[in-house]
Design a protein around this ligand. Sequence first.
Ligand SMILES: [Zn+2]
Length: 134
Amino acid sequence: MPSVRLVRRYVFSSAHRLHSAELSPEENARLYGKCNNPQGHGHNYAIEVAVTGPVDARTGFCCDLTAVDSAVRRAVLDRFDHQDLNALPEFARLVPTGENIARVVWDKLIAEGLPLTSVRLQETRDNFFEYRGD
Ligand SMILES: [Zn+2]
């Protein structure tokens, strides 16, 4: 049974501040630069969610796209869109860097039962973060 990977793109807008409670104010300022600004800043994030499955002989589909859409909406978009990521419990002990956002999205979608193969987060025109689990 041939397996196919389906990749679907979603967008959300969030604010964040890069600041680690483990670091001194000077280290935070040096490491994160203007992203350590106490007022935070925003991004128009895009996530590409990849799921893989065998192509169903009857439907011709590898995954139920409606189920993928509702899982992403429920677990990610409804939680993160137009929110301050630093204020969310998901990031209470985690700096909301692109790396950590990609991992949190992965964990949320795995918990939704999706057959995930990767999560790719685009933070800026030039920055992408890809996570494929451990
Ligand atoms: Zn940023």
